[in-house]
Design a protein around this ligand. Structure first.
Ligand code: KDG
Ligand code: MG
Length: 403
């Protein structure tokens, strides 16, 4: 007899930073976990899950993963967007977790088995000045990592994306959004020199990545791409605003610097043109924000056909549950090139004990059935949650622009 879903519980918690986690329990006592965290909008997705999705799950067969995805996606009518897709994604990942535990298999085995021994990853290095940045680059190199994202301060700006004070950069401020100031010309004048200095310091053979965080117009992005070509970057990320797929065509016409985009995309339709017209090199969708394992596999499959590689988003707001799903996919999916791993505060690792781990500068999923992640309930108290907001950013004349 088929198993049925008996409970679907939504936990909003803050083991040092906010997470939304779905826990499904079946009649046979199998527990499945899903991540539904949307940084800065946690309660919206929690309500979507609690009020609109969880009641529909009770009594369903947890083995009907694709049908449940279609039911929640098509059945909503008002579909797509980060809130709905994160909610559907959490259900999908939890159901895959149940399937893995029911069959006693780690998820990568259910995805067709390993296509690689280990999954490449990149870490973040940041510094207000080049000396501080190089210190972090060296620390990652010493720990065995070959690919490093580099972010640096910009002269004249007090707050810059990617540069924080703690060991793990957290952009979301409690209580109210931080207001940042942005100066494109200052950034464009400064950044090529930073990337030149890092390349000179590390020599060849180290992958260098840089995240522009949607700040440039297409022609500015083209200028940056050309200016840094000689430093052989692994990629430039999110050079333009994510809504305008056509913008990347202009950038591409001017530069051979590889382009990556997609962490804010929620469905295959957000990147269909980018992939099928080969306007990017790397698609960066995350399991949590792109409808879970079932949907992201379709995105990656489309990308494979068009020679685009996948490189999933992995900041600390993607919880260790989604990170697990991404690592299982990463070792089993041919065109996954690299997985971002920003790292987590210690308390987050304790709140989500996980079998995935770093080994010799690479990621490994572990061999526990399903995702290989559990919850330490003591660290998921709803009382710890506090609203948190991502920053907003204005140009020097006060115009609001993309953070
Ligand atoms: O919540 C926002 C973060 O997920 C984002 O700023 C991180 O751009 C990011 C990255 O590439 O990790
Ligand atoms: Mg990014």
């Amino acid at each position: 007899m088929a198993d049925v879903i008996e409970q679907a519980e939504v936990l909003v918690s803050s083991p040092s930073r906010n997470y939304v986690t779905l826990r499904i329990v079946t009649r046979d006592g199998i527990v499945g976990l899903g991540d539904a965290t949307v940084n800065g909008r946690e309660l919206a997705v929690a309500s979507y899950l609690r009020d609109h999705v969880a009641p529909l799950l009770i009594g369903r067969d947890p083995g009907l993963i694709e049908d449940t995805w279609q039911y929640l996606y098509r059945g909503a009518y008002w579909r797509r967007g980060p809130i709905g897709m994160a909610a559907i994604g959490a259900v999908d990942v939890a159901l895959w977790d149940v399937l893995g535990k029911r069959t006693g298999q780690p998820l990568y085995a259910l995805f067709g088995g390993r296509v690689r021994d280990r999954l490449a990853t990149y870490r973040h290095a940041q510094g207000w000045d080049i000396a501080a940045l190089l210190e972090q680059v060296d620390a990652h190199r010493a720990a065995g990592f070959d690919n490093i994202r580099v972010q640096a301060g910009v002269p004249g700006l007090d707050i810059v994306y990617g540069i924080g004070n703690g060991s793990v950069y957290e952009p979301a401020g409690r209580a109210a959004p931080v207001e940042e100031t942005w100066d494109t010309e200052a950034y464009l004048r400064h950044m090529p020199g930073v990337l030149a200095a890092v390349r000179e310091h590390v020599g060849d053979g180290v992958g260098l990545l840089h995240d522009v965080h949607h700040r440039l117009t297409p022609i500015q992005a083209a200028r940056l791409g050309k200016a840094v070509e000689e430093f052989g970057l692994f990629w430039l990320e999110d050079v333009t605003a994510a809504e305008d797929q056509e913008a990347l065509r202009l950038v591409r016409q001017h530069t051979t610097t590889p382009l990556a985009i997609g962490e804010v995309f929620n469905t295959v339709w957000d990147c269909q043109q980018l992939i099928t017209q080969r306007l990017i090199d790397y698609i960066r969708t995350a399991v949590v924000h792109a409808g879970g394992i079932s949907h992201i596999r379709k995105i990656f499959a489309l990308a494979e056909i068009f020679g685009v590689q996948a490189a999933p988003h992995g900041p600390s707001d993607v919880s260790p549950v989604s990170m697990a799903a991404s690592i299982h996919l990463g070792v089993a999916t041919h065109n996954v090139a690299i997985q971002e791993y920003m790292g987590y505060p210690d308390l987050v690792h304790q709140a989500f004990p996980h079998s995935w781990h770093v080994e010799e500068g690479h990621l490994q999923p572990g061999d526990e059935p399903g995702l290989g992640v559990s919850l330490n309930d003591d660290l998921h108290s709803p009382d710890d949650y506090e609203p948190a907001y991502l920053p907003v950013v204005r140009r020097r004349d006060g115009t609001l622009t993309d953070w």
